[in-house]
Design a protein around this ligand. Structure first.
Ligand code: HEC
Length: 104
């Protein structure tokens, strides 16, 4: 029985986001953040620098959820910091879609 609930929890974890897009004002802040803050390592044009390129074709190999997790939790042992104190899951998901070219 517990196992069944576990499956439901996983199901909700993967389907529940995307319901709440950040407000237009917040989206403008997030766009600035991607070019300024993320850009300091990944490049203003996201072609890479200290951090790997964040171009849609590079990110296509990851699932959206994996990108969201990387943004929120960082990559331990690498310079990629966790952003969860500054970004909500909705913010991170919007950024992931923005990087993938699925949000403007
Ligand atoms: C201090 C430098 C730094 C900053 C700032 C930074 N990153 Fe990173 N990021 C990295 C590094 C280095 C990696 C590669 C980690 C590795 O070797 O696995 C990375 C990896 C990633 C990845 C995984 C890509 C891949 O191909 O493995 C994503 C997605 C990502 N960063 C998004 C972001 C976003 C979004 C921001 C801004 C909110 C950001 N990063 C800010 C350094 C940074």
């Amino acid at each position: 029985m517990a196992r069944v609930w576990g499956y439901w929890a996983v199901f909700f974890l993967f389907t529940a986001p995307a319901l709440a897009d950040p407000s237009p004002a917040r989206q403008a802040e997030l766009r600035d953040m991607v070019s300024q803050d993320c850009g300091s390592c990944h490049g203003m044009t996201r072609k890479g620098g200290l951090g790997s390129p964040l171009l849609a074709e590079e990110l296509a190999k990851f699932s959206l959820e994996a990108i969201v997790e990387t943004i929120l939790e960082g990559r331990p042992g690498t310079p990629m910091p966790p952003w969860k104190t500054m970004l909500s899951r909705d913010d991170a998901e919007w950024i992931a879609r923005y990087l993938m070219g699925e949000a403007q």
